[in-house]
Design a protein around this ligand. Sequence first.
Ligand code: MEV
Length: 437
Amino acid sequence: MKDGFSKLSKEEKIKWVNETFFNSDFESLELIKKYWNEDKSFQKLHDEFAENTLTNFYLPLGVAPNFIIDNKNYTIPMVTEESSVVAAASKAAKYWSTRGGFKSTVISTTKTGQIHFKFNGSSKKIETFFISIKNKLEDSCKEITKNMNKRGGGIININLLNKTNSIKDYFQIAVKFDTVDSMGANFINSCLEQIALTFETEFNESNIFNKSDKLKIIMSILSNYTPECVVKVELKSKISNLKSKDISDPENFAKKFVEAVEIAENDISRAVTHNKGIMNGIDAVVIATGNDFRAVEAAIHAYASKYGSYMSLTHAKIENDEFVYWIEIPISIGTVGGIINLHPMVKWCLNLLQKPNSKQLMSIIGAAGLAQNFAAIKSLITSGIQVGHMKMHLINILNSLGADEYEKTKIVQYFKANKVTFNSVKTALKKLRKNEL
Ligand code: MEV
């Protein structure tokens, strides 16, 4: 046990961790420091994003160009450690750029929060009471909602939900919000806590309840399930136009593609992998733009189960000789607020995206997810996934085998015409080192 760890200085924290878990190893200490930025104030900015920061943790930031989304050309920033993700997104984007590009519709942007409470008296009474103080609840948030109202957002409505059928005495005050260009978590939670306080105060001051009527506020928190903050992104093409260098029989390709999606719509084992591929694209952009990828993940996976069983987030059909393919997902993100205004790289990424508003960013993220899914399914139903995946992973294998730059160039050349596996790369490197390749 270590008491008061958070109160130690950064150096003291590192010293304690190194002594306790690394046997005061010099290399471990050096590694931590190697990741520091030389510019002290720049480093401090990053240190202060979170508690107990010791150092930085690098992930590659790549870009995927040629995304035509709603007739606008984007180069999308992606943060990911998976070697084939950016290449797959770029390839899919380029392919669709000559076939009309991605078309998006932001279906809605409403977010919700709940005050969960218990009340043991008559449901009718609490409902009547709620209606009588409903305006006061909203008014009590005026200070908090002032700026949001100026930006065109705020509280949309407040309702009481009787949940006593699921849990004894359980009710919710459900509040809907428009948070405009911010994700709005802090704003929503502040409003909810204020509403809960006002509700409790009004309850205690009211004389309509009996002595035995008890109100217990359990908690007030936003919901990360955002089924009313949804974007749909679509790709559409005449089947004959699907023809390309690697799609020689577009009719067969389209049919097989629709069948592959149908499997993911019906089989959970496939659906999870299918959606994981979509999240390769979505998370990468969500992270690059400084948004909360855990919230986005949680909402999207819950949405994938909205019909009672977990299923594919993308859908495809052939209609009147056209291939129609789309994704529909909840994405609660922001383009202002939180870390977004602070993290220099996040700001850079948003500038690269030409300063999108939150609706545009929802479309961009949806397009990245759809592109990733298209690339995965295209590979799966044609060449198989491993050819492309292992080609992209080749450099990682070579790095893990300690290859130098000359060896890397030679081996990459060799594997243009050969199948990449860990063992085949190991063998090729051995041969090269013996001048036998
Ligand atoms: C790998 O990260 C993602 C895929 O497995 C997705 C899929 O199977 O659709 C290729």
